[in-house]
Design a protein around this ligand. Sequence first.
Ligand SMILES: Nc1ncnc2c1ncn2[C@@H]1O[C@H](COP(=O)(O)OP(=O)(O)OP(=O)(O)O)[C@@H](O)[C@H]1O
Length: 234
Amino acid sequence: MTSLPASDEAVVLHRVSRLYGNFAALRDVSLSLPAGASVVLLGENGAGKSTLLKLVAGLATPSYGTVSVFGGKPIDQRHRVATMSHATMLYDELTGLENLQYFASLHADEAPRPLSPEQALRDVGLDPALPRRVGDYSQGMRQRASLARVLLTEPDLLLLDEPFSNLDAASARSMVERLRNYLATPSVHGTRRTLLLTTHQPELAHPLASLVLTLREGRIAEREEISQLAAQNS
Ligand SMILES: Nc1ncnc2c1ncn2[C@@H]1O[C@H](COP(=O)(O)OP(=O)(O)OP(=O)(O)O)[C@@H](O)[C@H]1O
């Protein structure tokens, strides 16, 4: 188990470009996110938000430049990182609890985990005793179950691609509360938790953010440090 001083960087991008054919989805992006940062990525469709998340998750590699996560290659740090994308990665034929129990069993030999599958579901407002198959869940319930799945691994870095899409206002607020709680709880590795999320609904994510970045045509066009919340998180 490694422990990381609070001042260490969770994510560093150095002059990163990502090409698809001749098209540059990300252009010469440099970025340094300290452990404990809560970062909201904004930008229009096609600005490069998901591409940036995939590079940090180790699901894609840069065409130029380097990406490091906790000082190593993203692919080597995947045990400390959890990603929630548009696909919920849940089994439709299982209940929420069965899904989480199965997922927990896959990670049984990893770090000590205070969070049980039952508690993970309760924390996102789902009843673990609900007998319904996930395939019969509403979209909002699926997203909440998906968040419970990624939080079960006690990640040091949480990457969320549009977590609030398709949620009604109450469900979105409860997801924000759960994320606030995630940020406030030290990880099993003794590090401060880091969050990087993309959204088209800045009004929802803004109260969580210590940094808001706006991507435009693959570049960081705006950068807003939110000092009040950064101070609260320290
Ligand atoms: N696998 C791929 N092959 C070709 N082009 C791609 C691929 N992935 C992304 N792109 C292109 O790269 C650009 C950035 O895509 P990306 O998904 O990162 O944007 P985004 O900001 O997340 O958009 P959205 O808000 O619509 O999800 C887009 O023009 C997209 O079409």
